[in-house]
Structures are given as C-alpha cells and as structure tokens.
Design a protein around this ligand. Structure first.
Ligand SMILES: Nc1nc2c(ncn2[C@@H]2O[C@H](COP(=O)(O)OP(=O)(O)OP(=O)(O)O)[C@@H](O)[C@H]2O)c(=O)[nH]1
Ligand SMILES: [Mg+2]
Length: 314
C-alpha cells in the first residue's frame, strides 16, 4: 500500500498490513506533514498502552529474554510488539542482526511485530521517537510493547526508565550487580532478572542485589529478583507474572498515572526544543541573517544582539 493518507494507512495497519505499519512509523520518524497527522491520530487511538522496558549490559540476554517473554504472551493469546533500540554504539555492532536471528521464532506470527530503531536522525531523538512508535503500535492493536535498550549511556537508560515497567537484566558472577548500579540501573528497576542462571554465581548476584536494595530508599514497591535461562524460556512465566504484578501495583497506587504525566511533559519539552533548534538553524542559514552574521564577523555586531533578534523571529 503506497498511500500516505493517514486514515487509510491506519486502517490497513490495523488489518495486519505490516508494510503500512512500517510506513506509519517511518513517516512519523521523519517528522513530515503526514507524520504529524499520523502521530496525532495515534495519540487519540492509543488506549491502554503498556510498555515494558528491558535494559542491561551488552550481551546480558535482553533479546533472548524478550523473545521468551513474547512467547509467554502468545501462549496467553495476547499480541505483543517489540521495539529494539540499536544504540549504534561500538559495544553492540552486531545487535540488529543478532536480534533478527533470535526473534525469527516470531517472524511469521501476525500477533507479533518487531522493529529496530536507530539512534540517528529523529526530531527530538529517541526519547521522542520511541514513545511515538509505541503509541502507533498501541493504536493498531498491540496492547503490550517491549522496548529493549542497552543499559549504557544516558539516553538508553532514560528510554528504559520511561516504560511503564522496567526490567533490569543482570548476569550471575562477581560484580555484575555492582556494574548495573554504576550504570544507574539500580534506581530504575521495577523487576530484576538474573539471566543466564544456568551459570555459576547466581547466589552472589542475588545477595548483591538484595543488599543494594536494602541500602536504597525504601518505597512501597520492592523490586522482585527473578532468575531465568532465557534461551530455554525458563523463568519467563514468572517474569511476566512479576511484570503484571508491578503493572497492577502502579495502576492502583497512582504511580502509573504520575509516570505517564512526567513522560508526556518530557516528550513535549524535547520535541519543542528540537523544533526550536531546527528553526534556529534554518534562520541562521537563511538570507535574513547572513548580513547580520557578516556584521558580526566584521566586529560590528555581537552574537547576543543577533540571538535576541532571532528569538523575536521565532
Ligand atoms: N548460557 C546462557 N546464555 C544465554 C542465556 N540467555 C542468552 N544467552 C546468550 O547470550 C548471548 C547474548 O544474548 P542476547 O539476547 O543477544 O543479549 P542482549 O542483551 O540482547 O545483547 P545486546 O543487544 O547485544 O546488548 C547469546 O549468545 C545468547 O544465546 C541464558 O540464559 N544462558
Ligand atoms: Mg539485544
């Protein structure tokens, strides 16, 4: 379907047309006119989105775990979508190919949609692109969306944190929990998963996590610590149970609502800032300000005066 007509695209995507769905996400990412309309439609249609963030060190088993969580959802008769954030970082050069291979289990299943998103080139960056994509997926009928991000770098951690429920994946072995703590993952965890529990060191890692939880500010929700062998799907049911329990807690305690509001405020601010900075670049590159810039280079006009003029033009 080559149409860019928003309502038609949505109808097609809702009917299972994957090309139409991919097109909607791309158009929104590009920030085109059609994209703005699609994004507005997605916002008004995305009811009851539930996003689950998965984060952790490179290679912790996030994709494998996501795969088995999706399997659990499917067994329960529920559809699920996955947004895999490709951080285009040197740490995970082959992440995308890896994800494709690993998630092939679901490639032909119409109840599953998997999309990779790159960090480059979105207006407002990933912190705008990801929630928009999630709303589109919700609007076309995926009520649960898993978002995988590598827990390195502030942006990635922030994206994981902005999910309704965040799973932090660590591995057994000395110091892994400590590393997670250093990366800022401790505070954002709603559920901990010790994946690769077939390896030695599970008890030590659990003990580290428990003692770090003991030392942190006690809240009404203490993140449970689960063990998985993601490759075999072992422990995946329990992870879904814990995620659902956190979801129920967040909804009933008002936490979910507060998080949603904070998220939207952040998204709005990011988007507005990105729009302003794009506009500033356009103005500075245009004819109107070329004379002023020449004056500045000649030492007759200072940057602040020009900036003030520019702000008035916005
Ligand atoms: N032994 C063992 N290996 C596992 C387990 N889960 C995943 N692996 C392996 O660990 C490696 C990394 O798994 P991924 O799922 O790609 O990890 P990831 O966290 O998504 O990696 P990046 O996206 O590159 O950060 C793969 O070779 C998996 O087969 C597990 O429970 N036990
Ligand atoms: Mg991965």
């Amino acid at each position: 379907m080559r149409t860019t007509e928003p309502a038609q695209l949505f109808a097609a995507a809702k009917n299972g047309d994957r090309a139409a769905l991919a097109r909607i996400i791309s158009l929104v990412e590009r920030g085109s006119q059609a994209g703005a309309e699609l994004s507005r439609m997605a916002f008004s249609r995305a009811h009851d989105t539930f996003t689950v963030g998965l984060t952790g060190a490179p290679g912790a088993g996030k994709s494998t775990l996501t795969n088995s969580l999706v399997e659990v959802m499917r067994r329960r008769g529920q559809d699920a979508a996955v947004l895999a954030i490709d951080p285009s970082s040197p740490f995970t050069g082959g992440a995308i190919l890896g994800d494709r291979v690993r998630m092939q289990d679901h490639a032909l299943d119409p109840g599953v949609y998997i999309r990779s998103m790159a960090t480059r080139g979105h207006l407002g960056g990933l912190s705008v692109a990801v929630p928009e994509a999630a709303r589109i997926l919700a609007a076309v009928g995926f009520p649960t969306i898993f978002i995988e991000t590598v827990g390195v770098g502030q942006v990635e951690v922030e994206i994981a944190e902005e999910a309704d429920t965040t799973i932090v994946v660590v591995n057994p072995g000395w110091g892994d929990a400590v590393q997670a703590n250093k990366a800022g993952l401790m505070e954002i965890a709603d559920v901990f998963v010790i994946n690769k529990a077939d390896r030695p060191g599970v008890r030590e890692t659990r003990r580290d996590l428990e003692s770090m939880l003991d030392m942190s500010q006690p809240g009404p929700w203490r993140p449970p610590i689960l063990e998985t062998v993601a490759q075999d799907g072992k422990g995946a049911e329990e992870v879904i149970e814990a995620v659902m329990a956190h979801h129920a807690f967040a909804e009933s305690s008002g936490l979910a609502g507060r998080r949603r509001e904070a998220r939207l405020a952040k998204e709005l601010s990011r988007l507005a800032q990105a729009m302003i900075s794009r506009k500033v670049e356009t103005l500075l590159g245009g004819e109107e300000f070329s004379a002023a810039i020449a004056e500045m280079n000649a030492g007759r006009l200072d940057p602040r005066t020009i900036a003030n003029r520019l702000i008035e033009r916005l």
